[in-house]
Design a protein around this ligand. Structure first.
Ligand code: OOG
Ligand code: MG
Length: 268
């Protein structure tokens, strides 16, 4: 081992990565990819950093409200150049009341993406959870707009970088209708994404791993590897259905769903 390698091995750790990214979030300053500086950033270390950051969020009083899937659709995977989904944490400070504008003062470069979300009726624990079992644990389905915000300049990151950064968590707003899963065909649930009254993208629920319940099962099974369950009452964002679009100041972003109603958010 050279001196340089030894220094960098001592310098980098999951805890340090969690600190760096929480600081970037708190000060709304972006930085370059961590994996470029530390190639040893593996997926398990990235998830460890995510959990350390969650412990810090809880220590300052935040309450876990659920989880968010990342990069579950081909649109998002292509846009970000990453070919695998991942899971991250949602807390109460990320839940934006309907009607509130995008809180730009808290965000670096917000992007909006429409999502199908679940509200869990029962605890769901992997491994080995199937999509059918996952859906059976869901109480209600709701539309959502997630406002993501990467701590990496230009949203340039690897899967490991994004996982360490809590899957670019920002804020999320949920829609007006809480439907029972058995009353919908979620693969066929369509969404129109509009900016300032113009349709910019469309997708159906099938964009999300073939069915959003597949994403939920993936989340349960992935979380189980670290000893976590998905708890009753939690919200699960199943991942952006379309490309995420930059939210400019003064813009009006709307997601119109077939059965889950419409959500509009002002760019702030
Ligand atoms: C990372 C993942 C974001 C999703 O739904 O794909 C995400 C990113 O694209 O910045 O929440
Ligand atoms: Mg998302």
């Amino acid at each position: 081992m050279t001196n340089d390698q030894r220094t960098s091995a001592q310098r980098w750790s999951a805890g340090r990565i969690a600190d760096i990214l929480l600081h970037a979030e708190a000060t709304t300053t972006s930085r370059t990819s961590l994996s470029a500086e530390w190639p040893a950033l593996t997926l398990p270390v990235a998830y460890e950093a995510q959990d350390i950051a969650l412990a810090a969020r809880k220590a300052r009083g935040e309450i876990v409200t659920g989880i968010k899937l990342g990069l579950t659709s081909r649109a998002k995977q292509r846009q970000m150049g990453v070919d695998a989904p991942s899971v991250a944490w949602l807390t109460d400070v990320m839940a934006l009341p309907a009607g509130d504008p995008v809180p730009r003062n808290r965000l670096i470069h917000p992007r909006a993406e429409p999502e199908i979300a679940f509200v869990m009726g029962r605890r769901l624990v992997g491994p080995g959870v199937t999509a059918a079992e996952a859906l059976a644990a869901v109480d209600r389905v709701v539309g959502a707009i997630e406002i993501i915000d990467s701590r990496y300049a230009g949203f340039k990151f690897t899967l490991e970088d994004a996982v360490a950064d809590n899957n670019s968590s920002g804020v999320y707003v949920t829609g007006p209708f809480l439907r029972r899963p058995e009353d919908l065909d979620l693969a066929l649930e369509a969404c129109l994404l509009e900016v300032d009254g113009q349709i910019v993208d469309t997708a159906t629920g099938a964009a999300v791993q073939g069915h959003p319940a597949e994403a939920l099962a993936f989340a349960a099974n992935t979380l189980a590897e670290r000893g976590h369950a998905i708890e009753a009452g939690w919200t699960v964002l199943t991942g952006g259905m379309t490309d995420a679009i930059a939210v400019e100041p003064g813009a009006r972003v709307a997601a119109h769903f077939t059965s889950l109603g419409s959500i509009t958010i002002a760019g702030g």
